[in-house]
Design a protein around this ligand. Sequence first.
Ligand SMILES: [Zn+2]
Length: 429
Amino acid sequence: MSDLLVKNAGLVGGGTSDILIKNGVIADVGPKIDGVAIDFPVIDAKGYLVTAPFVDSHFHLDATLSYGLPRVNQSGTLLEGIKLWGELKPHLTLDALVERALTLCRWSIARGTLAIRSHVDISHPSLLAAEAMLDVKRQMAPYIDFQLVAFPQDGLLRADSMDNLMRALDLGVDVVGGIPHFERTMEDGARSVAMLCEVAADRGLLVDMHCDESDDPMSRNVESLAKETTRLGMQGRVAGSHLTSMHSMDNYYVSKLLPLMREAELSVIANPLINITLQGRHETYPKRRGMTRVPEQIAAGLTVAFGHDCVMDPWYPLGSHDMLEVASMGLHVAQMTGIEQMHHCFDAVTYNPAKILHLPDYGLHKGCNGDLVILQANDVVDALRLKPARLAVVRRGKVISTTPAVKYDLTLDGQQVQTDLTSTDLVWR
Ligand SMILES: [Zn+2]
C-alpha cells in the first residue's frame, strides 16, 4: 500500500484535477492539492486522460495463447473452435496452463486492465483448468482482481457436468456459468438455466452465462435467464454474455424481451472482437454483424459491458488484451459514433463491467482503491481513436507499469516536425 500524488490528471468528463493516494486508497481529489507534506512519488499527468483501470468482464484465461495447438480453426466458426478446444484438452498440463495465463496477465497489466472475469472450462472431471486458474488468481492477486466462472463448455446436461461444476465452486471458483444454446434442445437449455440459477441462489453467487451465442433467431435462452433471475429474486446479479441471437431476432419479439430483461436487471456482456469474427459465418451476402443490440439495450436501461473474450486461442488468432481495442470495435460494429455513445463505449470497458462484477471501491473518487491508468490521450475520444500508450498503470498507489510517450519525428522539406497524433494540435474553425 503506497502513497502517490498525480498532478494535472485529465478527467473523463473534462477539466483536470489532482489525485492524492494514501496507503493505497484515494484520499483526496481536487483542482489543486497542496498543504500536504510530500515525501512520496509525484507524477505530473500533464493534462493527459486519467481513468480508473480497464475491466474485462468476459475472458477465457484457460484457453488463451494456445493458438495453433494442435491445429488452426479452418472454418473460423464457434463450433469448430469448441471442437478444436476439445482436441487440445487431453494434452493440457497444469504448468503450461499457468504459464500461458501468467503471460496474458503481464499483457493485461501493460494495457491497464486490472480486473478480469474469466470463464474456466469445468467439463473434464480432473478440473485441471480450474486448479490452474485458481493458482493464477492467487499469484496475481496483488495486481489483478480475478473472478472465475465455472463454465460447463460442453453443456451442463449434454455433458452431464453438474457434479464437476459443484466441485469447482467448492474449490473456490466464484461465479456460476452456463451455455444453454449448446444443450441438445431449447427445453434442455431452459432446464439448464433454471438449475444453474438455483445453484447460484442457494450459494449466494453471481451468474454469468454464455447465452444465445448463435445467429439463430429462435435461440431464446435469454428469455429463460430473465425469467429465472426474477423468479429467484436475483435481480442485478445475473449477466447474459454474447446474446448474439438478439441481432437476428424479430423486432416485435425483442420489444417484449427487452422489458423482461429490464425487469430482471439482467446485465449484458457483448464481445465485439469475437462476435464480429464468429457470427454470420454460414452466410454469403449480405452478412449479419451478429453483435447483440447494444444501443437498444442501453436505451432500455440495461448495464452493457464489452469483453475481450479471446486472445490467440481456438476461436480468435489475434489480440493483445487491449480493452481500448475492444471498445473501439464495439463502437464500430454498433455504429455508436455519437459523442455520448462513444462515452458509453468507454464506460463499457470501465465502470459498467466494474458494476457487473460488483467490484468494491472502483472509481476515481475519494475512498476508492488507488488504482488508475494515465493514457497518452487528451480525452475519451482520443483514447478510443488512438488506443494510446498507457503512460503509467497504478495499483494501490504503486506504479506497476510504464510506457514512454510515443512521439513521431518527421522531416518535411528539411524541417523537423513532431506529432503525437493526439487532438492537441487541432484547430477547430
Ligand atoms: Zn466466452
